[in-house]
Design a binder for this molecule. Structure first.
Ligand code: FES
Ligand code: FES
Length: 165
């Protein structure tokens, strides 16, 4: 059965005609021109498709369209509006975290969600948070360094804020 489904996508209201059994990742990529979330395994194992749903980290390949009605979705294209993402992007870039880059959007969304949840995650916290993200290229060392650098950058930015009057 196909019906109209409305949801927020990166701050804009979108209405799509979709079958209830269609998955969000396919609708994003094939109908809404939002291709930065990737589809790889399609079964919730690799994290390439990570998005934020109402602020929570979610695999878009596991979301059926009927679950999306009325929610707010942020894809990697929408991370400019999430303050923590700037530190994550900078940290990963400084450490040359990726090789082919296919996994990069998913890792970036996951680490952004982590920085929103924890003030100063350590390496163990980062490794635990990244349990659902797979990278076939890097061996993870550069990604972990990039994540730790993002934590440092955010801490430095917070320390530089003026004291409240
Ligand atoms: S494509 Fe969704 S977890 Fe792999
Ligand atoms: S850099 Fe190639 S899959 Fe991660």
């Amino acid at each position: 059965m196909t019906g109209e489904i409305g949801f927020g996508l990166n701050g804009a209201r979108r209405n799509v005609s979709a079958g209830a059994s269609q998955r969000l990742i396919d609708v994003l990529r094939e109908e809404l021109d939002a291709t930065s979330a990737k589809k790889a395994c399609g079964i919730g194992r690799c994290g390439a498709c990570m998005v934020l749903m109402n602020g929570a980290l979610t695999n878009a390949c596991l979301l059926m369209m009927w679950q999306v009605e009325g929610v707010e979705i942020v894809t990697p294209e929408g991370l400019d509006a999430v303050a923590e993402a700037a530190f994550v992007r900078q940290g990963l870039t400084e450490e040359n975290a990726f090789q082919c880059g296919y996994c990069a959007p998913g890792f970036t969304v996951t680490l952004t969600a982590l920085l929103r949840e924890m003030a100063k995650p350590d390496e163990a916290d980062i490794r635990a948070a990244l349990g659902g993200n797979l990278c076939r290229c890097t061996g993870y060392h550069s990604i972990i360094r990039g994540a730790l650098r993002a934590v440092e950058l955010r801490a430095a930015a917070v320390a530089a804020l003026p004291e409240p009057a």
